[in-house]
Write a protein that binds this ligand. Structure first.
Ligand code: AMP
Length: 229
């Protein structure tokens, strides 16, 4: 089992952001990565990119992804190892680990690298709010940045405020698939949150606040200088 460790002398944070679908993991992880100069790894975004490029890995995941089910643990661990295996700085994992087996695989992998997570942040949002968010979520098809209609964007026809790319809706952002993904979150990901709580790594954040407020809470609990906005 990996023990918690402080950020390295160079300030590297090795973080996991965990939460239900549409809890805001993606946008908070991107912000955090930018602020800390660390790598952001969204396993979902990497797999979607493989699917777009029709790679062998993308094809192995296609049916599972289209049905909004979880991709097998070994495949997701392969994605993580290939994305951050040669990366020696800090990172924030978004959407991984999602099962107990993934958490244990990650621990073994980190042990082999004589490395450990520095914190796990759980974003807590009531289910009713998540439903609304799913319906109003649009993402940039180029950079993957998630937005809520009515906040920085008002229509999918607009250009992405981050990179100028094309906006669109995720195929799994509909109520039926949300219930499927939420059920999976409760059954297999909530035990992961408990696992990290037992390891003393878990920090919980009220993810129901406005995005800036959520970010400030994360900055505070990681002891970072607050951003001036
Ligand atoms: P996300 O973008 O994090 O909502 O993930 C979208 C989809 O990618 C999920 O519904 C799964 O099919 C797949 N996926 C992403 N991360 C994982 C993971 N850690 N374990 C299994 N499947 C995953």
């Amino acid at each position: 089992m990996s023990l918690s460790a402080p950020p390295s002398e160079t300030g590297d944070h090795r973080l996991v952001l965990i939460g239900a679908p549409a809890s805001g993991k993606g946008s908070q992880a991107k912000r955090l990565a930018k602020k800390l100069g660390i790598r952001h790894l969204s396993t979902g975004a990497v797999i979607r990119d493989h699917m777009r490029r029709k790679t062998e890995l993308g094809e192995r995941c296609r049916d599972t992804m289209n049905e909004a089910r979880l991709v097998p643990d070994e495949i997701v661990m392969e994605v993580v190892a290939s994305e951050i295996g040669n990366h020696h700085g800090g990172y924030v994992l978004d959407g991984f680990p999602r099962t107990l087996q993934q958490a244990e695989m990650l621990d073994d992998w980190l042990d082999q690298r004589v490395s450990a997570l520095t914190a796990v942040i759980s974003l807590e949002v009531p289910k009713e709010d998540l439903e609304q968010r799913v319906l109003s979520r649009v993402v940039c098809l180029d950079c993957g940045y998630p937005f809520r209609l009515g906040e920085r964007v008002t229509s999918v026809d607009q250009a992405c405020p981050e990179c100028g790319g094309q906006l669109g809706q995720r195929a799994d952002d509909n109520i039926g698939m949300f219930h499927q993904r939420y059920g999976e979150f409760e059954a297999v990901t909530v035990p992961v949150i408990d696992y990290y709580r037992r390891q003393g790594l878990l920090q919980t954040v009220d993810g129901g606040q406005l995005p800036d407020e959520v970010f400030t809470e994360i900055e505070n609990l990681l002891d970072l200088q607050p951003s001036r906005s």
